[in-house]
Design a protein around this ligand. Structure first.
Ligand code: PEP
Ligand code: MG
Length: 903
């Protein structure tokens, strides 16, 4: 532990720390040090390190013994620079205390300003500044912040909604304003404020049972402890969980001399970004307020002014900008803005204060930005020569591209609404619609142009007709690979699944979110990117990525350097075409089972109901021309690009109805007795259908199904060949667990292909390969590769079977697993590298030992997850395959994998 140095000083053009020391000093502390080192006007102060936070929690909330002396030395250094003294009644110095972790956690932890104001130091400060109003304004802010942060929150007191000490104190302030007929806080006179602070202190004593502390060091240590306490406060803990920030990091505390933006009309405070964080445009963007302190700008009590003419918005156009009102200060500030961008080579978020005309820089940090801004800034900074292409590519989080691909809930509107429930974010973007509970209703209203959200416990292939016209799908059950999630993601449709707070009463057509009840027809809004559900209609904002030159440019750079190919999971010509426009280089998974719904379901059902092989063949003959057309259409769209078509995979019961009404209809259409239909459906019942009669097991029992599909594919390819279209079908056997299973099915495919090629007299290039989705297949991959010409990892099933978690039911308990730190994240979203990853690596090694050029890809949902894409790159896969809307995300992640590898 660092020579027991727990306190790092900064100010007066130098610092003990630097921007590189974020782990020890937190982001804020490291950047204050850096700004001091490069000669910016930073009020002097010191940072208490993150190690103290760790120590504090490991030692029953005690501090290292040497800390007291080090803090006092820090105070003295500041005193000697400024020529004032912390506890001095004649010439007092005041401090701010702010938290600062490694990564910024906006608003999650606490700040206390004006520490050091007491009944003894107040008269001295009034004399020194000749400004009584300012001193009492500062005092009322201290009482309000300190009683809230230190005396209430840090003490673990949890008041009822609206009964917190801060709210009670605010009400005293509002009372004075009302009685005096004031509109703004700035209208209060020195006398008003003096009286108010007395009443505030009485209120503190009444509510919290303690006197407001009247000793500077008592206040300072109270502030420092409150920051450390807030690291484990509820808000901070839940923020860390969402953002994946480890609790062990701890926070630092920054103690800094106060400079005052609230001394009068020549003082001000502001927050600015070196570029517009909403659009990414390269201009100085910011807000400020005259005669204000700290939080006033962001708190929304007063409408902030724009820093310059360019930043003016409709709500502040009538107010003067800093550029207009304090032109000299503005020029100085803009100079720092330019220097900061040059120095940090990234967009910075800064805080500044003007005290009686003197500009002070209080903070700089890398600014948060949305996806649109991130993309534009990255591209423009590369063109300006600030950063390399590699850095530009690393600056955009792959998931941020989602924002450019889907309409999203207006972020501004979202901040003023509270979600009524939360589920898993299965399909990104935003949606607004009326609640409907059945696919039929969704179809009926949706096709009429009404906006509906289909709300169900879960969906099945029979609901697809209602899912398509719905704006969004919301289910109470299911996980990230549930039917609803998979289908919605493929369409780029907003979808939330596994919403545990939702219970549906189908009889009364109501949905309960916690204790709130909604009827069919009530409006809700969904943020599918975050999994949040809101009451009513929240506005959406739409973006067209094709019109975004920055998006196109960054992806073209990604394509230049990535090694992984990116394919798509698609099973219609229109999805295939959409995927090509997103940059897909082939189809990695065409799920043929999706082709047996609609009218074709009857031929499929006839096949399933058939008594014998003859009956099945008769029904399959009806399906053949339909399948041939399906494949022909897709192959024609994809042209030379490889198209992996998977033979029928799901258990047959998924194609037959369970409800008596539908069974009756089926009996009539197929000329069977209702009893016979019922018996057949019952005979298809399995206890564990996911581990039952599905995948290649169907093909082994009913080779005629494999024959029909193989014939349809090869005939479609032959037709393309006749038309002069080069196509590359790849026929994929699902759910292979043994070499013999695979060989059995490959033999069927090859035999049929040979027949068709002979019949048609044209040559067709095709491959036969397999899904690797059963753990056993990875163990015997060397044997399977003797005949298999490609592998495609089905990581949905592979995860399901490796963990033994049902992919459709895991949502029920996974949340508890994250809560208890049993699992870091959803293994159905991000590959579990520790376990499932090992099987993948083993399969690759064994497969390529037999067949060095074996083509290997992945087609489970993980193919569009950035972390999993990076893993696939490192493991030496040839391609990833994901839903069309995730293709750009995978392209970027694949490029980032190359960049990260070279570091
Ligand atoms: C898989 O299991 O990963 C896969 C792609 O197949 P499906 O999701 O259709 O079972
Ligand atoms: Mg599978």
């Amino acid at each position: 532990m660092n020579n027991n140095q727990y306190v790092y000083f900064f100010g007066d053009g130098k610092a003990e720390g630097s921007a590189q020391m974020k782990n020890l000093l937190g982001g804020k502390g490291a950047n204050l040090a850096e700004m001091s080192n490069i000669g910016f006007p930073v009020p002097p102060g010191f940072t208490v390190t993150t190690e103290v936070c760790t120590y504090y929690y490991q030692n029953q909330k005690k501090y290292p013994e040497v800390l007291k002396k080090q803090v006092e030395d820090g105070v003295q250094k500041v005193e000697s620079i400024l020529g004032s003294k912390f506890t001095d009644p004649e010439n007092p110095l005041l401090f701010s205390v702010r938290s600062g972790a490694r990564l910024s956690m906006p608003g999650m932890m606490e700040t206390v300003l004006n520490i050091g104001l007491t009944t003894k130091t107040i008269p001295g400060l009034i004399k020194k500044t000749n400004n009584e109003r300012f001193v009492y304004d500062s005092y009322r802010r201290l009482i309000s912040m300190y009683s809230d942060v230190v005396m209430e929150k840090a003490a673990g007191i949890e008041p009822e909604e609206g009964q917190g000490i801060r709210s009670q104190i605010e009400r005293l302030l509002e009372g004075v304003k009302e009685r005096r007929g004031y509109t703004n806080d700035t209208d209060l006179t020195a006398e008003d404020l003096k009286e108010l602070t007395e009443n505030m202190k009485i209120k503190v004593k009444d509510v919290l049972g303690k006197e407001f502390p009247d000793d500077p060091y008592g206040q300072l240590w109270g502030g420092i402890s409150a920051v450390f306490q807030s690291w484990n406060g509820k808000r901070a803990v839940s923020y860390r969980r969402i953002e994946g920030i480890p609790g062990e990091w701890g926070t630092a505390v920054n103690v800094q001399a106060m400079v005052f933006g609230n001394t009068g009309e020549k003082s001000a405070t502001g927050v600015a970004f070196t570029r517009d964080p909403g659009t990414g445009q390269n201009y100085f963007y910011g807000e400020w307020l005259i005669n204000a302190q700290g939080e006033d700008v962001v708190a929304g009590i007063r409408t902030p002014y724009a820093v310059n003419l360019k930043s003016k918005q409709d709500n502040n156009r009538q107010f003067p900008s800093l550029e207009e009102l304090f032109p000299k200060t503005y020029i100085e500030l803009e100079g720092y803005r330019n220097k900061l961008e040059e120095h940090y080579r990234d967009m910075q978020d800064i805080e500044f204060t003007v005290e009686e005309g003197k500009l002070w820089m209080l903070q700089t940090r890398v600014g948060k930005r949305n996806g649109i801004a991130a993309t534009r800034m990255a591209v423009e900074m590369q063109k300006e020569g600030l950063i390399s292409k590699e850095e530009a590519l690393s600056r955009v989080k792959p998931d941020q591209l989602d924002e450019l691909l889907h309409p999203m809930v207006d972020p501004k509107a979202e901040t003023v609404n509270h979600p009524i429930a939360k589920g898993l974010p299965a399909g990104p973007g935003g949606a607004v619609g009326k609640i409907v509970f059945t696919a039929d209703m969704a179809e009926e209203l949706g096709t009429k142009g009404e906006k509906v959200v289909l709300v169900r416990d879960e969906t099945s292939p029979e609901d697809v007709h209602g899912m398509k016209p719905a704006q969004a799908i919301l289910t109470s059950k299911g996980g990230m690979t549930s039917h609803a999630a998979l289908v919605a993601r493929g369409w780029g449709k907003c979808c939330i699944v596994g919403c545990g707070d939702l219970s549906i009463d189908m009889a009364n057509k109501t949905a309960c979110f916690g204790d709130k009840i909604y009827k069919e027809g009530d409006w809700i809004s969904l943020n599918g990117t975050k999994g949040l559900i809101y009451e009513g209609q929240i506005p959406l904002v739409t973006i067209d990525p094709e019109r975004n030159e920055y998006y196109k440019e960054i992806l073209s750079w990604a394509d230049e350097i990535r090694k992984l190919k990116v394919r798509t999971n698609a099973d219609t010509p229109s999805d295939s075409a959409a995927a090509i426009s997103f940059g897909a280089e082939g189809i990695g998974l065409c799920r043929t089972e999706h082709m047996f719904f609609g009218d074709r379901i009857w031929a499929m059902r006839e096949m399933i109901m058939a008594e014998d092989i003859e009956g099945r063949k008769k029904a399959l003959a009806k399906l053949l021309p339909m399948q041939r057309q399906d494949f022909y259409d897709i192959l024609k769209v994809m042209q030379h690009r490889p198209v992996t078509i998977r033979l029928l995979d799901p258990p047959l019961h998924e194609f037959v109805p369970n409800e008596p009404e539908s069974q009756k209809e089926m009996a009539e259409r197929l000329g069977m007795s209702v009893e016979a239909v019922k018996q057949k459906v019952e005979s298809l019942h399995e206890f564990n259908p996911m581990l039952g009669h599905r995948g290649c097991r169907l093909g082994v029992t009913y080779p005629e199904i494999t024959e029909m599909q193989a014939r349809a594919i090869i005939e479609a390819a032959a037709q393309c060949a006749v038309e002069g279209i080069e196509v590359n079908p790849e026929i994929m056997i699902p759910l292979t667990g043994t070499k013999t299973e695979f060989d059995n099915q490959k033999e069927v495919v090859d035999r049929v292909a040979k027949e068709v090629i002979a019949e048609k007299g044209v040559n067709v290039n095709y491959l036969v390969g397999t899904m690797i989705e059963i753990p056993r297949a990875t163990l015997v991959a060397d044997k399977i590769a003797e005949k298999a010409e490609f592998f495609s990892y089905g990581t949905n099933d592979l995860t399901q079977m490796t963990f033994g978690y049902s992919r459709d039911d895991a949502g029920k308990f996974l949340y508890d697993y994250y809560e208890n730190k049993i699992l870091p994240s959803d293994p159905f979203q991000t590959i579990d590298q520790e376990g499932v990853g090992q099987l993948i690596i083993m399969g690759v090694e064994k497969g390529r030992k037999t067949r060095p050029n074996l083509k290997i890809g992945i087609c489970g949902e993980h193919g569009g997850d950035p972390e999993s894409v990076k893993f696939c790159h490192r493991t030496g896969l040839d391609y990833v395959s994901c839903s069309p809307f995730r293709v750009p995300i995978a392209r970027l992640a694949a490029a980032q994998a190359v960049i990260e590898e070279s570091k």
